[in-house]
Design a protein. Sequence first.
Length: 626
Amino acid sequence: MSAANPGIVRRFFGGIWRGYKVFRSIILNTLFILIVLVVLISMFSGKDKVQVPPTSALVLNLNGDLVEEKRFVDPFATIINESIGGQSDPNEILVSDVLRVIQQASKDDRIQALVLDLSGLGRASLDKLQAIAEELESFKAAGKHIYARGAYFGQNQYFLASLANEVHLDPMGAVLLEGYGSFPMFYKSALEKLKVNTHVFRVGTYKSAVEPFIRDDMSEEAKQDSLFWLNDLWDSYKSMVAERRGLTADSFIETRDGLYQLLQQHDGDLAQVALALGLVDQLTTQQEFRQKMIELVGQNDNQTYNHVTFDDYRDMVVPNRQIDNPLTDKVAVIVARGMIIDGSAKAGTIGGDSTAAMLRRARNDDKVKAVVLRIDSGGGSAFASEIIGREVQALRDAGKPVIASMGAVAASGGYWIAAPATEIWASPTTITGSIGIFGLFHSLEDSFSALGVNVDGVGTTELSGFSSGLPFYKGLQPREKDIFQLLVERGYKEFLSMVGKHRGMSIEAVDKVAQGRVFTGQRALDYGLVDKLGSFEDAIAAAAERAGLSHYDVKVIGHELSPFEQMVIDLFGGAANQGWLPQSAISPERQALGRLTQQLRHDFVTLSNFNDPQGLYAFCLLCQID
């Protein structure tokens, strides 16, 4: 066999290098042009000031997922992703913004009514929906009416729509209240086909977080545990909606036969089914509803009713920057949302070090007299959870009460960081508990062998190469498995001991309600895992009372951004909101596939975030609901 011509080889690789430089130049020049355009537009094209007519309606058109804290989004990555046709992450709406808007509208004499346009509302936990519902009740108590109108009301949308004085549905529309479910994906067979070996170490009868990687279906124990709290959520949902609408149990169709029979009675018309069940008040077209609102609040120059949208009204009433009065005592609020990982993390993920740093800032601020730790997390790294828990204890040792306020989920590691607090508050529908520990390790020795890749060598001890990932390539030896199991069992004992110490319970008593079991907030109260049931606002008031404060400001301590990051987000965030940058649109036929890919990405991002130094995790994967 003759050797390749060196000149040809050089030209080949030289061509690749020149192509790379051209591609890099195009990307960098494109980014530079975009930045210049955004800066110029922001300088010379101001958004017209919103004018609210003397008689007007506030259109609460919520477009996105309701969250406690917005995740950090890299604007550059978003631009590149959308420029190549990638699917962007769902928009996020701060619950606090929604509450502020409704509160202000209740006092605004120009706002005569509120219209719920919920077609764009995405994921929303029941506790967040209930917080908004309470403000909508206050809006009605101010003597103002609420109207809900849509072509389709899903479960989250209808929860809010049920508060309206009138619910209008399109004649070709539908209301679908399907109940709650937990349907994770399972990867055992896929991993076997890829020759990936999964090693699991766990404690707890109900600790099912690793099942998607070791089974192709949900175990009976996991089904039993999941139904326990899912039924609690569904019962809460039905009771609240039924009370507002004056409904009976028959209004909630829970079987296929029941839905089929109703459709038979109404000639397959879902809108007529919703009307017959009392879920809606009227079937109206867009034109009919528009005319009704024109008669109520008047007509504008665009031939529709006088109104102001949620985004425009929010920009008027919600400040972009928090005004910090240095003379006033503070109740600090720190939001812990997302998976708990070791190290530092941006908003939307809980870094052990970064969240601990925020707690230290509160401890070292003399004007902060109490802290509310708002938790919305299914857990993660046991080590990072302990780092955060120690800072919570340090705050208490400094004489500053800490109220843990549980949002949608505060389970596993989410409960770990709540346990040291002075008091734990939860919503009745909070998903909590899941007190258990597991270890998860994947090795690729069979995958490499199938590819003809082998790893071999020598070391001075049997432990050589262990910390550098040798088991990843060669698999775990029997004694190494024994070591991991001992670590997991030790981690579980520490979890039980920590909970028992802070909850005034014996380890045996904690173990009875632990074992990885999941509860709603109401059940957790019954078992002594939480102290009070109440909202986020109730937790803030409790923190102030504990600190003896009658006059105070609420100070949000969040993730600190560098000056450059803040500038980029201000520029690109404003540009995107005003339509200067491209926005991706998803057609209805792509939504199901989009949800599938989102779930796959979520699961593997979760797996990639498993970075605990000892490989120990307090995480509740099955705490997700559909």
